[in-house]
Design a protein. Structure first.
Length: 347
């Protein structure tokens, strides 16, 4: 019997199926799971060895017989079988053994994905046992989760910077008036650090190390205090082939991320340029809301405010905005039914 059959019908499930992290919301319980979107597979048997945080620890550290991977890239499923396994394992963790029927599932996806990519997400959820699958565009879910009044006839602007995509959208009356979806986000910022370390310091660093650099000393705008952080980075020296430690400073990491950050800023500007005047006036009054893990990058709100001239706020819990939005939709299904993608169908 599929795992999801044992979940009660009353307990609808909301999922933020993210490139970097997957979050699960269960009706009546709230957020019950937040794990990295990583799977470790035994190459010989094809069986999953670990998912989530346990699998992430294996990235870059596995023998030839084990493959640790991220099933999603740029906000969409890159490896269908691994994504299905990951979904099943995550849902198994939130199942308390009391369920009886297959649940209704709401999944947040990037607004710019293709029809084929949408069907892949729905198929993965269906194969895992969902009774019904509904897709909601991530900027809509993020806006609802951030507490923006999306049901009112006023303009709301949301920027959701995830791991694989950045979603910029203007919302009104439960719908997207216009949006920009660019496949430049947290992963691209980390990749730019990796390339910088290789080019400038002749040091090869892994994905996890680049992410740690971004989190610890990365910034999008110069510090107000003028004091810039630094950190020691360990990696493999390209010339000697031996391990080496170098010290990197905040300003050089900010410089390394300048190009992907400029892509994000330009997408915001293009969206604002095309926004109807009445809604633009509302956005100037209310400001811009930032959500997603990328909102935690130091100074990203200051950078966008400086470039657009509009006050930019960071959501109270930016990492959870999308999944909280899916949960609120589940619990107010009839009132918020217009938020769903036109490509939805029953599973």
């Amino acid at each position: 019997m599929p795992i999801w059959k044992r979940l009660s019908l009353a307990r609808g499930i909301g999922i933020d199926l993210g490139t970097a992290n997957t979050l699960v919301y269960v009706s009546g319980k709230g957020i019950v799971l937040q794990e990295p979107s990583v799977v470790a597979i035994d190459k010989k048997t094809g069986q999953p060895l670990a998912v989530g945080a346990d699998a992430k620890k294996m990235l870059g550290r596995t023998p030839d017989s084990i493959k640790a991977m991220r099933p999603l890239r740029d906000g969409v499923i890159a490896d269908f079988d691994s994504a299905e396994v990951m979904l099943q394992k995550f849902i198994q963790r939130v199942d308390d053994g009391q369920g009886l029927m297959r649940p209704r599932v709401v999944i947040g996806i990037p607004s710019g994905v293709t029809g084929v990519e949408r069907r892949a997400v729905m198929e993965a959820a269906s194969q895992a046992g969902a009774r019904e699958v509904f897709l909601i565009d991530e900027p809509v879910a993020a806006a609802i989760g951030a507490g923006l009044p999306v049901a009112e006839p006023t303009g709301n602007m949301i920027i959701d910077i995830g791991g694989g995509t950045t979603e910029v959208a203007v919302l009104s009356l439960q719908g997207i008036v216009l949006s920009q979806s660019v496949r430049v986000a947290g992963d691209e910022l980390s990749d730019s650090i990796t390339q910088y370390m290789k080019k400038v310091h002749n040091l090869i660093v892994g994905e996890r190390t680049a992410e740690e650099i971004k989190i610890q000393i990365g910034s999008a705008y110069p510090m107000e205090s003028g004091e810039e952080p630094s950190m020691e980075v360990r990696g493999l020296h390209m010339l000697s082939g031996l391990p080496r430690t170098v010290v990197v400073k905040g300003p050089e990491i900010r410089e390394s991320m300048a190009e992907p950050l400029s892509v994000i800023v330009e997408s915001v500007k293009r969206t604002l340029e095309n926004t109807p005047p009445e809604l633009a006036a509302d956005i100037i009054d209310r400001g811009i809301m930032l959500a997603g893990g990328g909102a935690l990058l130091n100074g990203i709100d200051t950078l966008i405010s400086h470039e657009t001239g509009i006050v930019t706020h960071i959501a109270a819990d930016p990492l959870s905005c999308v999944v909280l939005g899916t949960g609120r939709v589940l619990e107010n299904f009839k009132e918020l039914d217009r938020v769903f993608s036109s490509h939805n169908r029953s599973a």
